[in-house]
Design a protein around this ligand. Sequence first.
Ligand SMILES: [Zn+2]
Length: 197
Amino acid sequence: MQILHPFAGSVQQYHQQLDDPERHRPDHCPQCQAQQPLMAHGFYRRTLTGAAFDGTIRVRRYLCRLCRRTVSLLPEFALPYLRFSVLTIGLFLVARLLRGQTLAAALPPSAPYQRGQFWVRRFGAQAAALCAALTALLQPAAAPNFVHRALTMLETAGWIRAHRFLFGHLRGHLLGWPPGLAPDGRRAALSPAAAPA
Ligand SMILES: [Zn+2]
């Protein structure tokens, strides 16, 4: 399971505070509600492309001793399963779908054409659900369709704030969960060294 790392700041600041496992160690398991602190379980690496960063970041992982599932702390500038940052995708969607720029003009420099089409398609399928969910944060915007309304509401609320609310509270994904990928965690095998005697 991925939950949001309770951290706001740049990628560099994120990396600086990542080495201390105590700092944001969850004090209970969000998957089985075991009331004991989770065990540090290393990191996984993922790519991230944003305005000021393009490379690999580490994501801290914890393990629940009881249900043996992992919980990873995803920084809030990143979306699950997507390489480009929340703000980069947000800027693209606004430029393309709200301001009517061409795909080529709206795309971030390193993104292929197909990536833009994929984001547009997924956002379109998700727009009505986003509008409904975001009414918990702000008034629905007047707009000719769900795509415009969702984008206007996201711009007003702030993309990161909206992502924090959707993902942190509703287990929602700004672009919708990819087919076959449940928002909840998968079981992890405990390594022999970590298994209870
Ligand atoms: Zn658990």
